[in-house]
Design a protein around this ligand. Structure first.
Ligand code: AOF
Ligand code: ZN
Length: 394
């Protein structure tokens, strides 16, 4: 910015977007929101929604004003709220501060707001300009918009593959496919998304931790899809479950087992009772280790992912990074729960008919029935490429 040149409305809004992003990973299930206050062509206050439950962006920007906001303009990435939640309504603060004009990016689809904020501002004689950099502001909160309207988590499928579409060599080796920069990017996703989900196959094969390894990063809640309770007690997941919240989704058929009285060894007289007894003991052990067991309906011998999404939504889990193996990835696509795909592509070739690919299962029978992706964006990360796309036909 040259001294003396005034910034445009879009530039102020872009600044507000930048500020909003500082809340990434900390505001869930609230949106990321940024606000800038401008007087006589100068920014006099900035703020963002820093953490769930704390001040909203508008109040933070007002709090940080270096001079009176009377008669100033405010640029805010989301429609100011008008309801009492964990925080009082932002519109009241905006009105009391004497703000003259408000530039808004996204509308707030929260039924408690939904146009109400803008209406109140206008009723108080404040000029409101809507849809400033709307697309960019909307993009910031894909997760919030989906969750507030469906109460189900927004799911992003992530995988890393070679240019010939392999996620491991035929011998099963996968360390490493992509380089450091791409792997660091994945760590940022683990910080950003509320939960991370993997299938039991991945846990048995790799014994992963599924944590976020960036400084100051937040660990995602770990969700393991484990229909038949195969998770080993000695796995890293179990050993760290007291520090990292972990949910193991199992078939609801084990619910009864868990509730039934455990039989002492000597009294077991059938294979089924013995089996139930073992499952029961395992559930107790897992719970003692800090794991939450979530009982989910079964569909075709697997966890019903739609039922799982419903239950996770009820626990305020608004977003999931799916780092599944090929089978879980296909089930997720087929169940229609996937909203976005992050494909990290390394410029190398593994070959091999038996080398695993990111999405396995049955697959589609005809190109006409493909899962269609759109809004694609390509980013170069070192020697690798990231293609991120929205699933458009779920
Ligand atoms: C704003 N500015 O910075 C945010 C807004 O429980 P509360 O009080 O934190 O309210 C959460 C709701 O407020 C959330 O669902 C969304 O509609 C709105 N978030 N609004 O004006 C902000 N974070
Ligand atoms: Zn608010």
């Amino acid at each position: 910015m040259q001294k003396g040149t005034q910034m445009t409305d879009e530039q102020y809004m872009r600044r507000a977007i930048e500020l909003a992003k500082r809340g990434m990973g900390y505001t869930s299930p609230n949106p990321m929101v940024g606000a800038v206050i401008v007087k006589d062509g100068r920014i006099i206050g900035e703020g963002w929604h820093e953490r769930y439950g704390e001040l909203h962006a508008e109040r933070n920007a007002l709090k940080h004003c270096k001079e009176s906001p009377q008669g100033a303009d405010m640029y805010v990435t989301l429609e100011p709220c008008c309801h009492h939640g964990k925080q009082p309504p932002c519109v009241e603060a905006v009105i009391e501060a004497g703000i003259k004009r408000v530039y808004v990016g996204s509308d707030d689809p929260n039924p408690l707001v939904a146009g109400g904020g803008i209406k109140i501002l206008k009723e108080h004689g404040i000029e409101v300009v809507t849809q400033v950099l709307k697309d960019e502001c909307d993009r910031l909160n894909d997760v919030f918009f989906y969750f507030i309207q469906t109460r189900r988590p927004y799911v992003a499928m992530k995988y890393a593959m070679t240019m010939d579409g392999k996620i491991a060599t035929y011998s099963g080796l996968s360390k490493w496919i992509t380089g450091e920069k791409a792997r660091e990017h994945v760590q940022n996703l683990r910080h950003r998304y509320k939960a991370i989900m993997a299938g039991i196959g991945t846990v048995l094969a790799d014994d992963p931790l599924l944590t976020c390894r960036i400084e100051g990063g937040v660990n995602p809640i770990r969700i393991i899809c484990d229909t038949h309770l195969k998770l080993p007690l000695e796995s890293q997941i179990v050993n760290t479950a007291k520090e990292v919240p972990t949910i193991v989704a199992v078939s609801e058929r084990y619910h009864e087992t868990a509730q039934s009285e455990a039989l002492p060894d000597t009294e077991k007289d059938s294979i089924e009772e013995n089996n139930n007894y073992q499952k029961n003991r395992k559930i107790t052990r897992l719970e003692e280790n800090g794991i939450e067991i979530l009982y989910v309906a079964e569909k075709n011998g697997h966890i019903d992912l739609n039922d799982l999404m419903q239950k996770l939504g009820e626990r305020s889990i608004d977003s999931i990074l799916l780092e599944g193996g090929g089978i879980l990835n296909w089930s997720a696509l087929k169940s229609g729960i996937v909203n976005k795909v992050y494909a990290y592509i390394a410029p190398k070739l593994f070959g091999g008919a038996d080398a695993k690919t990111p999405i396995e299962g049955m697959g589609t029978d005809s190109p006409a029935h493909a899962v269609m992706l759109g809004n694609s964006k390509v980013t170069k990360l070192g020697d690798d490429f990231l293609i991120e796309s929205d699933v458009v036909n779920i």
